[in-house]
Structure formats: C-alpha cells, structure tokens
Write a protein that binds this ligand. Structure first.
Ligand SMILES: Cc1cc2nc3c(=O)[nH]c(=O)nc-3n(C[C@H](O)[C@H](O)[C@H](O)COP(=O)(O)OP(=O)(O)OC[C@H]3O[C@@H](n4cnc5c(N)ncnc54)[C@H](O)[C@@H]3O)c2cc1C
Length: 482
C-alpha cells in the first residue's frame, strides 16, 4: 500500500492528514510523526496554551472553510456556550484539531498512525529502493513513498547581546517552552521582554496572571509598536472594487502602499473597518508578492514590514484590553530602541539599551529576560538536525531573502541544483518565501487542502512510484511510548 509520511503533527501536518483522509480515493497509509506528545497541537495549540486566546473569531478558524461553524460546534459538544464571533482558547483549538483527525480517520477507514519521535535525517530513494528513509533519533527507521515536511515554527534567534546570560535561569530563550520555576517570593520583580509583537503579548499576560504581585515589565523592540486589536469586523462594508484596485497597482510597492492607505481611509469613511483591507491584501498576497521585484521585496521587508506586521498580526480584543490596562497601571512600559548588552550582576541582569533615533543609552536592572522576537525562520540558522542534514545534502535550499525554502506551486521541494525533488513536499511558514502570507490558519488550511488534493490526485491517476514496494515500510512503531 502507498505510504505517505508527514513529519510534524502541528496545524499544517494535521490539516494535510485530515484533508488527505477525506480525499484519497485509493488506500493510503499515513504516518504522522511528531516529537511532541500532544496528538495534533504543534507549537501554537498545545495544552499549555490554555490561557491564550486565538486571535481570530471561531467562525474563521474551522479546518474546512465550507463549514465555518465546525469549531463552535466542537466547543458546544464540550459543554461550552460559544458564538461564531467568540475568541476561543488555543488549547481548545488543539483539541478540535485532534478531534478532526480522529473523525476523518474513523470515517475513511484508512490507516493513519501517529508516531511520537524526532526525525533527524531523510534519505532520498535510490535506484534499487523506491522509498524514502526517515531516520529517527532513537535509531528506528520509517520507509515511505512520499514525505511531507510540516516541521513548522523554529525557535527564536540567538541574539549576540544576550550571549553572556545564555544558559542561565536569568534568560528564557524559548518563551513557548518551560520557564524557570521558583517560589513566588523569589520570582523576579522586574523583567525585560525583547520584542513587542504577539509573543510579547502572550508572555506579558501570562506574567500578569502570576500571583498577587506580578513583575514590572519593560518591553523593547526596534520600533516599539504594539499589535493592533482584532475586531469582529463587518464584512458587508467591503468596497466592491478593492481587489481590482489592488491588482491595478501590483508590480510596484510604492503604489500598493498608497492604495492600501487610500482603501483603508475610504472604508473607514463609510463606517467600515480597515482590517478588511488587510484581509483583501492577504487573499491575493501570493499574486502581489509574486509581482514584486527582488528590490521591492527587500524594500518591503526593511521599511513596510514593521507597519504591516502590527496591522496584520492582531491581538484578540480581551488581550488588547488587558495589555492596555497593564500599561495604564504602570505594569507594562513599551519602548522603542535596541539592546546593546546584558551582563550578569549580583542584583540580576544589567541591561544597556539605546533609545531609537538617539545616542542616548539607558540602564535597567532586571531579574529575567524573555526572548519574544518570534520564530527565526532562516533555515541556515536552524538548530534542527533534520533541517541541517537537508541543507547539507542540498535537498532543500533557502530562498534569496531567507524567508523560507524554494518550492514549486504544488509545494514540492526544489533542491540546491534547481531540480524538483519528486515525492518530497513542504507545508508551513516557510511558504512565505513563495507567497509571503503563510503563517496563519486561514492561509495554511488552504495550502493543506491543495496539497492533499495533489497527493490524492496522484493516487487516483495511478501510483506516483510504479511498482512501489507494497507494504515495505518497516516501521518500528513507537506510538506514544515516551
Ligand atoms: C504561539 C502561536 C500562536 C498562534 N496563534 C494563531 C491564531 O490564533 N490564529 C492563527 O490563525 N494563527 C495562529 N498562529 C499561526 C499558525 O497557526 C501557526 O504558526 C501554526 O502553528 C503552524 O503550524 P505548523 O504545523 O506549520 O507548525 P508547528 O505548530 O510549529 O508544528 C510543527 C510540529 O512539527 C514538529 N517537528 C518539527 N521538526 C520535527 C522533526 N524533525 N521530527 C518530528 N517532529 C518535528 C514540532 O515539534 C511541531 O509539533 C500562531 C502561531 C504561534 C507560534
């Protein structure tokens, strides 16, 4: 039987498996491998995200776009009373994904095995073998006819200014991982959060929930901009010719920026919401991104991106209000500037940072620093053994702007020599290199459906690998054994 291994069971891997189970017309064996114990949560939707909210209303988060009520229905089955415009917990969303996988598996009757393990190497099929070989970190092997890389969000970048405190309990490099545990009276009184985006908001709110005396928070980023709040905006007010107007300006970053400003003003003028313009841009982002020259893309990343990011990646309303309250109460101070150094002292960490646009240096003593700069998507900086081996073998290659890797329109990987690697696919945030917008559910669910259709299509039209070694996968299965 044809086998498809999906490495990574976060949103992208799970969504691909669900769509594949629904669409495959001939039997397929799916092997879903992830190094986390949760069934289908990945980084964003694990049980530890119970206190964090989705930044999009329930009606826009269903796995299947044609069933917008699916997530709210799932929540109702859990005994919750929710409306389509409610912002639900990220942990609940992870359980919803696991439920979708479970239902799709049950109704398809096909085999979908969840393996708990870390893939460290991928060996390409040679003439005498038609299967990909996946090496796991504990020495087990998995053979598969096709492989989907759904390895998701990497850890944040290592910052040179933090070199001196790396590895100490004064520094949290990965805010989504475990935090140092200490008795409340020993918890830091003052902390520095590096970055002022959605990750900072998550960390600040988590810290604010701690005990009767949460720490005083200083948040620092180059521009010091906080994400805009989300609203349940009224789609009915959308300007009818917005898409055509944007398309008319494609090919020029300058014109596009002007058009986005003017559409937003127009929409606000007729009682609409500028957020809808951002959504329209997102809906045709691959086309607009594809039409820009390399120079304009670089210009976008340098000058426009900081503004785009705070309007595009928005805060759930309750989180925005809570941050606002924290700021007004003096519990959170947001500054624009850059970190120059962090030194361990007996009192904690001595931080020197420079105000944006000035030579003025500021000194702060904090008990802990959290790296809230977000995932470092540069493949060359990856700490993953799998990514390192894929890069060194030339099976994957970074795009020129280091946003992701080179891929075809079907999500097939393009190698360092510019050749399509047959049978190796990618889905996840690295699609930014091709489409720019590729990190949220609304984009990734479409990619997952299209990839599943492509994979299912190859099954309908006959085996992609004729004479594939039927049943040859020798998986030493270790489902949930650690
Ligand atoms: C904290 C956070 C909150 C978000 N909130 C929202 C939101 O509210 N709304 C929205 O639309 N989008 C949100 N997003 C964006 C989007 O939904 C996520 O980026 C999504 O997690 C992408 O899914 P993924 O499967 O590609 O990556 P991931 O979730 O990172 O999953 C990848 C999985 O692969 C595993 N893995 C990696 N390498 C290996 C290996 N070698 N072997 C085995 N397993 C491996 C990882 O452990 C992980 O479980 C959020 C993102 C983050 C980070």
């Amino acid at each position: 039987m044809r086998s498809i291994a999906i490495i990574g069971a976060g949103f992208s891997g799970t969504a691909t498996a669900v769509h594949l189970l629904k669409r495959a017309h001939s039997p397929v064996r799916i092997i879903l491998i992830d190094d986390r114990p949760d069934t289908a949560a990945g980084l964003a939707y694990s049980a530890s995200q119970q206190d964090c909210l989705l930044n999009v209303p329930a009606s826009q988060m269903s796995l299947d776009v044609s069933h917008p009520g699916e997530l709210a229905d799932f929540a109702a089955r859990q005994g919750m009373r929710v409306g389509a415009q409610d912002f639900l917990s990220r942990a609940l969303y992870g359980r919803y994904l696991a439920d979708c996988l479970h239902s799709a598996r049950a109704s398809s009757g096909m085999e979908c095995t969840r393996v708990w393990g870390r893939v460290t190497r991928l060996v390409q099929p040679r003439n005498h073998t038609r299967s990909w070989r996946l090496d796991l970190d504990d020495g087990h092997l998995i053979l598969a006819d096709e492989v989907v890389l759904a390895i998701g969000n990497p850890r944040p970048a290592h910052l040179t200014a933090l070199q001196a405190i790396r590895g100490t309990n004064r520094y949290v490099h990965d805010p989504w991982g475990a935090w140092p545990q200490e008795r409340p009276e020993r918890a830091p009184r003052r902390v520095l959060l590096l970055g002022t985006g959605l990750t900072m908001a998550d960390v600040a709110l988590r810290l604010a929930l701690r005990g009767p005396e949460p720490p005083e928070i200083l948040a620092l980023s180059r521009h010091g901009r906080l994400p805009q709040p989300q609203t349940a905006f009224d789609r009915a007010t959308l300007l009818p010719d917005a898409v055509a107007t944007l398309r008319g300006s494609s090919g020029s970053l300058r014109k596009l920026v002007r058009v986005v400003h003017s559409l937003s003003r127009q929409l606000n003028g007729v009682g609409g919401d500028w957020r809808e313009v951002i959504n329209v841009v997102r809906s045709i982002a691959p086309e607009l991104w594809g039409g820009l020259s390399d120079t304009d893309r670089r210009r976008f990343l340098r000058h426009v991106r900081p503004i785009w990011d705070v309007h595009r990646h928005r805060l759930p309303p309750a989180a925005a209000q809570e941050l606002q309250r924290l700021q007004s109460a003096g519990g959170l101070t947001v500054q624009a500037g850059s970190l120059e150094s962090a030194t361990l002292t007996r009192a904690g960490v001595e931080v020197i940072w420079r105000q944006r646009g000035t030579q003025q240096r500021e000194l702060a003593i904090v008990g802990r620093i959290f790296n809230c700069t977000g995932p470092d998507y540069r493949a060359a900086q990856s700490e993953s053994a799998l990514v390192k081996s894929l890069l060194s073998s030339g099976l994957i290659v970074s795009d020129p702007l280091h946003l992701g890797i080179r891929l075809t329109g079907d999500g097939e990987v393009v190698d360092a020599g510019g050749h399509v690697v047959k049978g190796l696919y990618y889905i996840g945030p690295w699609l930014r290199a091709r489409d720019w917008e590729a990190t949220a559910v609304s984009e990734l669910r479409n990619h997952a459906r299209r990839l599943a259709e492509h994979l299912a299509g190859s099954a309908v039209n006959g085996w992609r690998h004729q004479g594939s070694q039927r049943g040859a996968w020798t998986l030493a299965e270790r489902t949930a054994t650690r």
